[in-house]
Design a protein around this ligand. Sequence first.
Ligand code: AMP
Length: 578
Amino acid sequence: MLEKMVEKLDTEAVIQEFETLSMDAGRVQRETLMKILEANGETEYLLKWGLNGRTDPDSFKACVPIVTHKDLEPYIQRIADGEKSSILTGKPISTISLSSGTTQGKPKYVPFNDELIGSTMKMYKTSFSFRNREYPIGNGKALQFIYSSKQFITKGGLNAATATTNVYRNAEFKKTMRAIQTPCCSPDEVIFGGDFHHSLYCHLLCGLVFREEVEVVSSTFAHSIVLAFQTFEQVWKELVADIRDGSLSSRITSKSIQSAMAKLLKPNPELAETIYNKCLGLSNWYGLIPELFPNAKYVYGIMTGSMEPYLKKLRHYAGELPLLSADYGASEGWIGVNINPKLPPELATFAVLPDIAYFEFIPLENDLNALQVSGEPQPVGLTEVEVGKEYEVIVTNFAGLYRYRLGDVIKVRGFHNSTPELQFVCRKNLLLNINIDKNTEKDLQLAVATAATLLAEEKLEIVDFTSLADLSTEPGHYVIYWEISGNADDELLQKCCNCLDSAFLDAGYVSSRKVNAIGPLELRILIRGTFHKIMENFVQLGAAVNQFKTPRCVGPTNHKVLDILSNNVVKSYFSTAY
Ligand code: AMP
């Protein structure tokens, strides 16, 4: 009891601290840059650019170039290979994070350290404080669909795993989860179980065992929550049997999970009966989450950007429970916090925490051509961004990244005190492009959503989708891959294909289509389960399921994903819209 009281977070103090920081965001940014450069001024990288100990923004921008991951890769590789000198950071780096690299199919290495752990915990606490003000929770538990990725040791002896895995295995994570009243209801053996199918099954089972205590259902990205309840639909009778008999299904073969679960499972026919009846009483699984977890207050996870297409399904499972969209961050560090959790996910914005890193923004001026900025970009500072404009995000963090292009496009929606509130727009490099056309991930998402309304008339849904700019034909053409929830007839799919082609409104696309400089759009229908295979492929490569994002556009070098796609096509249609 005493321990709980001591640990409990003073949410009003956290909010007050955020208010103070955000009121003077410009000064806080300068101080943050100074701290980063003081700690790392003697590194090979900063010495190379002749900063000579200066720590002010003007000198920093004049000396140090804006870079991409590719530019820093050789330095990061030397660190991973075990070179001990101060290459990017003053303090040695002992851990590497693997960021998803979904488009080109190759995970990227980024340095990870205690400072990133510190800022992650700060982010969790700030976000929780705002959330809890609107949706207070008690001292219950969270059903968190979180998974460890493959962990390995680099050639130089550094631990390497996805950023979320690096966070979960840090002692601070559990402490913070207790402080924010959402300890995970699954034991560590389930989170770190190795096989994600086993972990997912046991997360569901733990959630059911603690069903009265579960107050929050969450994951990093919304996709994992949807995947969890889709799996529930398949395995629910087995879960009920496990609860009734107090024994674990033989499908779970991991010894460590078996013994951890044995401590939780006792025969409970009454609970089994309750769950069984609740499931039978549902219509097409609508409202499954509140039915299973009667004290849940909300569903929580990143629901913006490439997660938006899963919202419909998530809303179906959540019934009347609110969906709260989580914060904005990356393996490279956190950026902004959702301080308006009451807004629907489609409108979520992220207020930048000005002491978490040093931020710059390259203006894109709502001009898609500017997405491929030529020459030296002219970024502006955090407090200089303008409402309504789009920018590419540049990060300088406490873990050895200096003026690093994150690859994301954001739009400034407003200011909270003097720090901007950002809306996530899309990944910058996810671009369908054949000649003068340019369609972003967002354009693709909108086109797919438009065509999906035709399917909805027949009670069918798009399970997932991706795309390809196919240059192997003359002229090149867009290929859209769909996995759908049931069988649609040819006439309907041909209509969907035409609708997709007409839904790309970019002037470059429309004019190219009219003169056949871009060929008819092709819709390829995939076998059920194809996107599951794609996810498994990324997990094999070291991705964590809870960090997984379906690649919305497959790059030409992503041979493995291209192979999976082409081996699973059942039907294909060419547009006759032009
Ligand atoms: P990762 O490469 O796994 O570290 O993922 C980081 C990327 O996920 C970011 O650069 C964004 O593109 C995306 N992301 C992270 N948070 C959000 C968010 N709240 N909304 C939309 N996309 C996000």
